[in-house]
Write a protein that binds this ligand. Structure first.
Ligand SMILES: Cc1ncc(COP(=O)(O)O)c(C=O)c1O
Length: 396
């Protein structure tokens, strides 16, 4: 329902099918963290804080005087740069720069519209991970499809969904899916004709376990049928503000999406396409950024564990997925005694515990019911802020 006067026809907008926007519910914890005498450190969101690399800025500037409309398909240079980087950085061979890659205006919009643009709607089922980036559910619901949360194929039984998301390294848990796991997903999906969308926006940020692409020949034997990989320059390349990403894989799916996105005007701005080429050609920048996050992760992880938390999964990506266990037999924990936590403690209690130390983290329930005992702690803060947060945790 909208707020229009009664003479306007009644309509049902997809907004009615969407879950509540969860971040609004963090306002109380934010105020609590902001009340810390030395200020708040925000580790609740995954937005980059380091400066944009010079290569990308130069690429942007080089095209800033071009007045014409950009191509939805991307310039030939951009498509070649994407295919080249997928091969060099992620070992994906055989991707057609001509027909197998498609730039998008950041991957959030691509994910939100993907089910609809692929013809997934009422009567269809979309499978998303138990703990997942909220936009998978949003996109499926906007299209009118049913959403099922599952991490294992056995959970799905004989069902035949239309589309299935995997995300490795995962948000929020940092779970990494190895070659064997992804191979099983691909073969299961091929048998049933299920499209697999692999969100790989944290690929390259794997710490403890290697995270392969779904298009890696060890996973799909060089056959991209029914497979789409989603890639972003927001994380490993530190370019979230530019809104730059791409889809790649199955050529028939990519070409269908291109045809629709051309009609809908979903095109990446020309100067951003130029910046993407420069960023994709600059492998050194992703090495530098990876080094930064790796160091921050080591400092924060030690401090989080030292404060009595257990870090689960978190083998890749930009977050620590933390909880407290070792519940006291008498269950009489206080918020100052992390090692004797009450077993009934929820993610909101943990958010408050961090907020009392001036640190804002995200409650795990934002990402699915299974997240109710965890918090997500971001690595996307400056070295100084990470040090201060670690210091507060050490003295807690
Ligand atoms: C799993 C996952 N996919 C996609 C995105 C969207 O990234 P962007 O729109 O910046 O490409 C995010 C952002 O946090 C994410 O965590």
């Amino acid at each position: 329902m909208t707020g229009l006067p009664p003479q306007y026809r009644e309509r049902t907008t997809p907004a009615g099918r969407l879950p509540a926007f969860p971040w609004d519910s963090l306002a109380g914890a934010k105020a609590r963290a902001a009340a810390h005498p030395d200020g708040m450190i925000d580790l609740s969101i995954g937005t980059p804080v380091d400066g944009v690399f010079e290569s990308a800025r130069a690429g942007l500037a080089a095209a800033s005087a071009v007045p014409g409309y950009p191509q939805t398909a991307g310039t030939p240079e951009l498509r070649a740069a994407i295919a080249g980087a997928m091969e060099r950085r992620h070992g994906v061979v055989g991707l057609s720069a001509e027909r197998g890659v498609l730039p998008v205006v950041g991957t959030k919009e691509a994910i939100a519209w993907l089910p609809f643009l692929l013809g997934v709607g009422e009567g269809h089922t979309v499978v998303i991970p138990e703990l997942s980036y909220p936009t998978y559910e949003v996109g499926a619901r906007m299209a009118g499809a049913r959403v099922v949360r599952a991490d294992s194929l056995t959970q799905l039984g004989p069902s035949r969904p239309t589309l299935m998301y995997v995300n490795s390294p995962g948000n929020p848990s940092g779970r990494v899916l190895g070659v064997d796991h992804l191979r099983k997903v691909v073969s299961w999906a091929r048998e049933r004709g299920v499209i697999v969308v692999s969100d790989e926006c944290y690929l390259g940020l794997d710490w403890e376990l290697e995270a392969p692409s779904i298009l890696d020949p060890r996973v799909c034997d060089g056959d991209f049928t029914g497979l789409l990989a989603v890639h972003s320059l927001s994380k490993a390349a530190n370019l979230a503000s530019y809104r730059a990403g791409w889809l790649c894989g199955d050529e028939s799916l990519v070409q269908d999406l291109l045809a629709l996105r051309r009609h809908a005007g979903l095109m990446v701005p020309g100067p951003i396409q130029s910046a993407m080429v420069a960023s994709l050609d600059d492998d050194h920048s992703v090495d530098v950024q990876r080094g930064r996050y790796g160091r921050r992760r080591a400092v924060l992880r030690a401090a989080v564990e030292g404060a009595g938390f257990r870090v689960d999964d978190s083998d890749g990506g930009l977050y620590l997925w933390a909880t407290r266990d070792g519940a006291a037999a008498d269950g009489h924990a206080t918020s100052d005694q992390p090692t004797t936590a009450d077993s009934a403690e929820t993610c909101r209690d943990l958010v408050d515990w961090f907020a009392d130390r001036g640190i804002l983290v995200a409650p795990g329930e934002f990402y699915g019911p299974k997240g109710v005992r965890h918090v997500r702690i971001g690595l996307t803060a400056s070295d100084e802020a990470i040090e201060v947060a670690a210091g507060r945790l050490r003295s807690s």
